[in-house]
Design a protein around this ligand. Sequence first.
Ligand SMILES: [Zn+2]
Length: 181
Amino acid sequence: MTIDPGELPPDIAPDTKDWTWTVHQTCPECGFTAAEIDGPSVADRVPALTEPWQTVLLRPDVGTRPRPSTWSPLEYACHVRDVCRVFAGRARLMLERDAPEFANWDQDEAAVAGRYHEQDPARVRLELAAAADEAQQAFAAVPAGQWGRRGIRGNGAEFTLESLGQYFLHDLAHHLVDVGA
Ligand SMILES: [Zn+2]
């Protein structure tokens, strides 16, 4: 760890980009084509896109940022863990209710409030594996014919369960590329 645990690392510029387009086209940064994935195959793709973190989190320099303005692999891992939890919750909510509006989740606020840079990599390994399993189960629980159920983000963007799953898988794939895994 190069970051003094008593200090917050430098601020990361908030990620205000709208990434929903990644559901429709190949991501030029990571090469993932989310649109090719249909709802029923979302759950089965989660393990391959999350298990590499078990190795990443063993890196001796896992807490080191490559640049002051870029998350360390540890911070990315915490983010991915929380993404798994958030998307599992959203998928369950969309099954329980008709067109729910998602609670806002600011990933940059979550990183600061959760003190991602101070977290214990060994613990994050366990938590990420459990969160990935939770997300896999949430998508595996979607009955046939229910993939068109809707949910709405605070900014008005509308998802179906299928596009939520596509968006989620792209996020997982993209962050593996972010840390060279
Ligand atoms: Zn990408």
